[in-house]
Write a protein that binds this ligand. Structure first.
Ligand code: BGC
Length: 720
């Protein structure tokens, strides 16, 4: 049936019910969904052949319950690397491939819409959900999201780009009012969404919890009608974030089509029924039926394409083995080598000692709705064991025993958090004496220390020791291991198993290498083992800056102390987020945006730039000059002329990752930048000033290898 035909047959009450979810499945007295552990469902209308549409998280893989009562069958889904790691690959084809794999799991487990990707901006490294977001830059975020969405939707299921918009902190996320200029919104925060929505046409968008300049995003007509639909041409449906906003009638009027999870929205801690409220508003003439119809139409337009509507008979057997390989490949491309003084790669028969409890309790991803329930996780220690590497088994055993013993104590017992996720209080890392470490150093050729961090939905990280900074015991461990190994002329490597930057500047000089493996999902240990011995040549680059110190961050007053119950967050730094800030105001980061080393080296040459109508055409050549096969990510930044608009020092406009280049092999790279992408948002329009622009092709934002200028003769204006 066509959308309008269905619409014509719905009663008023059915329409209202269709736009309000059925309640959180399996919680608050609601029956579970037919797919256990999903986040929501739409209201079914069997008499018209409309089934419930099933919605499930999330960004690192499908989140459903792995087991169900009354059956031995399991429903595991693949745990892919977290989004920040996926973005570190800068590889669009790879993101599409990951999207295809996730999409297949969505479809084969009977789900219709995946609640991902999340594309808020890394405004500050302490946002508790940064691991679920791609980058501090909107172009990288938008391109990664577009590729992922294309992959997911190629499987006949929908994606949901979230959280629209300016949801860059967890503290008071459901009430906080984000105050941000329209320019910063358009150029940074909305930009990522604009790219993803225009390029990949996601079936759905999730409006964010927070208010935007005074109005809840789910009740913000400017955002949902003017920007999203009128200006960008979005044709799917918008759903609220779970329990968001405070007025369902206003949500309908503002263009927020679907209210999720439904039946339980809260005002001043009182549960209210959205269906009743909307029915009442229609009766009283406060809401017209046509306004309601608009939402229903948008929802139906998506619904008739879902597997559930098409009666797809799902297998409950996605190809988890193939997807494990995709997860491995994605992780392999997202590893970022931050420092390497001749410590990596090493031979397969090199003996090494692994320090740090994270070798056993390896973090696969963050907590909250971005969590996953895979068949297995390969921790770091297990990964190196399986790869047959010469890890110090005696030391490994000490760690295993220490962890097991500590986890039995009251203080360090694993406990369930807000989400029912089991969290493990951080263990002290200094249980080995100096003498013991000396003996280990004598026995092994290399010392490796794992530093781990976990964060999650509902809370932000803190600029304190043990979180953004190393704890004293971690610092001590790095210091003692480095001293003892260096005394014997042996090298030390630190592995960062984290979801968002930590401070590195105060300790990095003590060690010879730093390898950032992020939270790489179920295959973490396997990926790490292969990087150590050069089976994988790291080819990831930072999608987000590692600042030298917390106070160097342009939004350092973020997010407000939870105890002070902050009602507002003001984006005072405006467009100066991430490298836009560091580069413009000459603040030296620890590791800059776009940075990442390789086991090989690359040469850049032959830059050509041509302005052809409204397109800037760029070409250059990248050659592998070293001894290892490798891939190189090159980044194209544009520096604008000094004119009347305040511009960042430079901005990323496009990028490219080469194929695997053998030693001596080269790739000619051809890229295009639409002239409009050079514009700044001034007074409701996109403005490109005339003058001389510089194209800067770099291996990172601060390692510019090629430069060329071109001129824009006349000022240009583009409509939003
Ligand atoms: C999160 C969303 C998620 C939803 C459903 C909310 O708390 O903010 O990202 O999709 O829950 O689980």
């Amino acid at each position: 049936m066509q959308t309008n035909e269905i619409l014509g047959q719905l009663t008023l009450e059915e329409k209202v019910k269709l736009i309000v979810g059925v309640g959180f499945p399996g919680l608050f007295g609601n029956p579970p969904s037919r797919v256990h552990g999903v986040a929501g469902e739409t209201y079914p209308i069997p008499r018209l052949g409309i089934p419930a549409t099933v919605l499930a998280d999330g960004p690192a893989g499908l989140r459903i319950n792995p087991t169900r009562e009354g059956t031995e069958k399991t429903y595991h889904a693949t745990a892919f690397p977290v989004e920040t790691m996926l973005a570190s690959s800068w590889n669009k084809e790879l993101l599409e491939k990951v999207g295809r794999a996730v999409g297949e799991e969505v479809r084969e487990y009977g789900v219709d819409i995946l609640l991902a990707p999340a594309i808020n901006i890394h405004r500050n490294p302490l946002c508790g959900r940064n691991f679920e977001y791609y980058s501090e830059d909107p172009v990288l975020s938008g391109e990664m999201a577009a590729a992922f969405v294309k992959g997911v939707q190629s499987q006949g299921v929908g994606a949901c780009v979230k959280h629209f918009v300016a949801n860059e902190q967890e503290t008071n996320r459901m009430q906080v009012d984000t105050i941000v200029s329209e320019r910063a919104l358009r150029e940074i925060y909305l930009k990522a969404f604009e790219i993803a929505i225009k390029k990949a046409k996601p079936w759905t968008v999730m409006s964010a919890y927070n208010k935007l300049n005074g109005k809840y995003c789910s009740q913000n007509e400017w955002l949902l009608k003017k920007v999203l639909r009128e200006q960008w041409g979005f044709e799917g449906f918008v759903m609220t974030d779970w329990f968001a906003g405070d007025d369902p009638v206003e949500q309908v009027k503002s263009g927020n089509d679907s209210i999720m999870p439904g039946k339980t929205y809260q005002v001043n801690f009182q549960r209210k029924d959205e269906v009743e409220e909307i029915m009442q508003a229609i009766k009283e003439g406060k809401l017209s039926e046509e306004e309601l119809n608009e939402c229903v139409r948008n929802i139906l337009g998506v619904l008739v394409n879902t597997p559930s509507y098409k009666k797809y008979s799902f297998s409950d057997k996605p190809d988890l083995d193939t997807h494990a390989e995709v997860a491995y490949e994605a992780g392999a491309e997202g590893v970022v080598l931050l420092k390497n003084n001749d410590v990596l790669p090493f031979d397969k028969d090199t003996s090494f000692a692994l320090f740090g409890t994270g070798q056993v309790e390896t973090i696969k991803g963050g907590t909250g709705s971005g969590d996953t329930h895979p068949r297995y996780i390969i921790p770091i220690l297990e990964g190196v064991r399986r790869a047959g590497l010469r890890v110090d088994e005696e030391l490994a055993k000490r760690y295993e025993d220490y962890i097991a013993k500590m986890r039995e104590t009251e203080e360090y017992k694993p406990r369930a958090d807000l989400w029912g996720t089991i969290v493990k209080p951080k263990l002290p890392e200094n249980f080995l004496s100096e003498d013991e470490i000396r003996v280990v150093a004598e026995k092994n050729e290399v010392g490796i220390i794992v530093i781990s961090r976990i964060s999650g939905e509902g809370y932000d990280r803190k600029p304190i020791k043990g979180d953004f900074y190393l704890s004293d015991d971690e610092f001590e461990l790095i210091q003692t291991v480095s001293t003892e190994f260096h005394k014997l002329g042996k090298k030390v490597l630190v592995i960062l198993n984290i979801g968002s930057p930590i401070e590195v500047a105060s300790w990095r000089d003590m060690v010879d290498g730093i390898l950032l493996i992020w939270q790489a999902g179920q295959e973490t240990g396997r990926i790490l083992a292969d990087v150590l011995v050069g089976k994988i040549n790291p080819s990831g680059k930072l999608p987000t800056t590692f600042p030298k110190d917390y106070k160097d961050i342009s939004s350092w007053s973020f997010p407000g102390e939870p105890a002070d119950n902050p009602q507002k967050v003001v984006y005072e730094e405006d467009i100066y987020v991430g490298y836009r800030y560091y580069d413009t105001f000459n603040v030296q980061p620890a590791y800059e945006f776009g940075f990442g080393l390789s086991y090989t080296t690359f040469e850049y040459k032959d830059l050509n730039v041509l302005l052809d109508g409204d397109l800037i055409k760029i070409s250059y050549v990248v050659t592998n000059m070293g001894k290892y096969p490798g891939k190189e990510i090159s980044q194209v930044y544009v520096k604008a002329p000094k004119g009347k608009i305040d511009k960042p020092f430079q901005e990323l406009k496009t990028f490219h990752k080469t194929k695997l280049l053998n030693p001596g092999e080269f790739e000619r790279i051809d890229l295009e930048i639409p002239l409009k992408d050079l514009a700044s948002f001034v007074k409701e329009e996109w403005l490109v000033e005339n003058g001389e622009y510089e194209i800067r092709v770099g291996a990172s934002s601060r390692d510019i290898r090629l430069r060329k200028t071109f001129s824009v003769g006349e000022e240009r204006i583009f409509k939003p």
